[in-house]
Ligand binder design. Structure first.
Ligand SMILES: [Zn+2]
Length: 230
């Protein structure tokens, strides 16, 4: 059942167009889909009537069997049962052990494409997104006190993959890079030392155990606030 057909209305000629949509993006079996996802090509469709190109987003499941990553992207992202069912049918295993699967896999659910990319980068680098979300909160807290940043309007903060850090001249191995995006196209790199990351990781693991939140699939800033408050 992959790809499926979805319909959209061409914004240029207003005709209804049918396009292929990949509801299962298995990057181990179809590595070319990963390239198309990251380049954005996957969502660019050309109208067969007027040749206008438009972006058509749709829900899908990102599955990396090597790195054991399973991320649901889209509006219905919280429908975990559906996600697992799709996976079961994909793997076609009769004795599918859900508990073991959830222990081995990083299973997440996101609605924003940048969140998806960030999680893929983090998991491929063997980093824990829950720890990174807490580190983001701490970095943003510090930024409020920083002379350079206190008057900036901060829009977002994202993990910077190692290759990008290296291309910017930050070549040490013992730091994790984060980029703070501010209004006016400004960005500021801040770093996390590995010992601090490890310490934060222990804190998160304790909190998650204590509050029984092992199975949470939506990991973002609200999740960290929730776990710290409870
Ligand atoms: Zn058209």
């Amino acid at each position: 059942m992959n790809p499926e057909k979805i319909k959209y209305t061409c914004p240029a000629c207003k005709k209804e167009v049918e396009v292929e949509a990949f509801s299962n993006i298995n990057v181990t079996l179809n590595p070319e889909l990963k390239e198309k996802l990251f380049s954005g090509e996957l969502f660019v469709h050309e109208c067969p009537y007027c040749q206008a190109k438009s972006q058509v987003m749709y829900s899908f499941i990102y599955h990396d069997m090597v790195n054991k990553i399973l991320i649901s992207f889209g509006d219905e992202a919280e429908h975990v049962e559906e996600l697992i069912q799709n996976l079961q049918s994909e793997l076609s295993e009769e004795d599918f052990d859900l508990k073991q699967f959830m222990q081995e896999y990083r299973v997440r659910s996101v609605k924003n494409i940048n969140d998806l990319f960030e999680k893929i980068y983090l998991f491929e680098a063997e980093l824990d997104d829950r720890v990174i979300e807490l580190c983001k909160l701490l970095i943003l807290d510090n930024a409020k006190e920083e002379d350079l940043l206190k008057d900036e309007k901060i829009l977002d903060i994202r993990y910077l993959p190692k290759e990008i850090m290296q291309s910017k001249g930050n070549i040490t191995d013992d730091i994790i890079g984060m980029n703070i995006y501010c209004e006016g196209d400004k960005a500021f790199i801040r770093t996390i030392e590995i010992p601090f990351y490890d310490q934060t990781k222990n804190q998160i693991i304790d909190l998650v155990r204590e509050k029984n939140l092992m199975d949470d699939l939506v990991i973002d800033q609200s999740w960290v606030e929730k776990i710290l408050l409870k």
